[in-house]
Ligand binder design. Structure first.
Ligand SMILES: NC(=O)c1ccc[n+]([C@@H]2O[C@H](COP(=O)([O-])OP(=O)(O)OC[C@H]3O[C@@H](n4cnc5c(N)ncnc54)[C@H](O)[C@@H]3O)[C@@H](O)[C@H]2O)c1
Length: 312
């Protein structure tokens, strides 16, 4: 008998709440919204509010708020947002020591309760956190992935569409590398339905968009005092859907490299195909020498963070 999918959301904060709303609205399955005991009321309250929202909107997903790991057992998809977000003036890397402890705790529990899940990590600093989660759980590399490239590309897509005066639907962006200031908007692969953006936009305008994309998260932190949550949640739901419905989407995600692009034992943003097998493959694309140099620099920054994590 087919059964409904189960989606466990670890962290019931801003992104966790929006993830639950989207997963329910899209009827991806039943949703478990997990948080620490001090926040169990928030998790339960959001869950009840969202179930009542289902009465208005007409979806049937069951949504449970909890601080009990047993409720997450057997999840098909786990999305991890546990941790603290940035405040104005902070870099993602400033979150390392506090979020590392949280990710280790989450990893230990996932190992016990959710051993068959496809795990999408969102917590920052993203590339170091997803590396740690794979290390702690010992899960296969195809089943542990980080969300960053879909969001960073979405930001670039918006800025390009607005600058060019075209529909957002026709802009195909591509942002690779670590989820930090060194991310690599790969302009040679950005097109408007196949037309290279470089042929449509002046170099100084494109450079400004590249810079705004790399600082895209910080721009929102400065405005709101905390990090973005609508687009990050939608990006992770796109990845979850690709897995649950075997969509074979080609998406930029933080994936575990074992030689691809010349990187070993490293999570970094690269184009991958997500289907029923999880991260089914890493797609290796030709990069210009400048782009490869930028990707190498970004990989170096991620590796530094991973090395710092090992000492904490
Ligand atoms: N990858 C990306 O592109 C991206 C984008 C935006 C934000 N983020 C990151 O996502 C994370 C979450 O952001 P947010 O805005 O939802 O933050 P938030 O503070 O609103 O929510 C985080 C939640 O995690 C919970 N938590 C803490 N320790 C936990 C544990 N051990 N187990 C379960 N839950 C625990 C907190 O109680 C809180 O409710 C942050 O680290 C943020 O920097 C990543």
């Amino acid at each position: 008998m087919p059964r409904r999918h189960k989606i466990a959301l670890i962290g019931a904060g801003n992104i966790g709440g929006e993830l639950a709303a989207l997963a329910a609205r899209e009827e991806l399955g039943d949703v478990v919204l997990f948080d620490i005991p001090e926040k169990e009321g928030v998790a339960k309250g959001k869950a009840l509010d969202l179930e009542q929202n289902g009465s208005v909107l007409g979806y049937d997903s069951h949504i449970t708020g909890t601080a009990n790991w047993d409720d997450c057992a057997g999840a098909d998809v786990v999305i991890v947002t546990a941790g603290v977000p940035r405040k104005p003036g902070m870099s993602r890397d400033d979150l390392l020591s506090i979020n590392l402890k949280i990710i280790r705790n989450v990893g230990e529990n996932l190992k016990q309760k959710c051993k068959d899940a496809f795990v999408i990590v969102i917590s920052n600093p993203l590339d170091a956190m997803v590396y740690e989660l794979k290390k702690v759980t010992g899960f296969q590399k195809s089943k542990v992935v980080g969300m960053a490239g879909v969001l960073d590309s979405a930001r670039m897509q918006l800025f390009l569409a607005r600058e060019l005066g075209v529909s957002i639907k026709d802009v195909r962006p591509m942002v690779l590398g670590g989820h930090g200031d060194t991310m690599v908007p790969v302009t040679s692969y950005c097109t408007v339905n196949g037309v290279p953006v470089k042929t449509l936009i002046a170099k100084d305008k494109l450079d400004a968009i590249v810079a705004r994309t790399a600082g895209g998260g910080g721009e929102i932190v400065k405005l709101m005092g905390t990090s973005a949550y609508y687009a990050p949640a939608s990006a992770a739901i796109q990845m979850a859907r690709a897995y649950l419905y075997d969509e074979k989407r080609l998406l930029p995600c933080a994936a575990y490299c074992e030689g691809e692009y010349g990187y070993k034992d490293l999570y970094i943003g690269v184009p991958v195909v997500i289907g029923a097998g999880g991260v089914e493959k890493i797609v290796q694309i030709e990069l210009t020498s400048d782009e490869k140099a930028m990707l190498d620099k970004s990989a170096g920054a991620v590796r530094e963070l991973v090395e710092a994590s090992k000492k904490l």
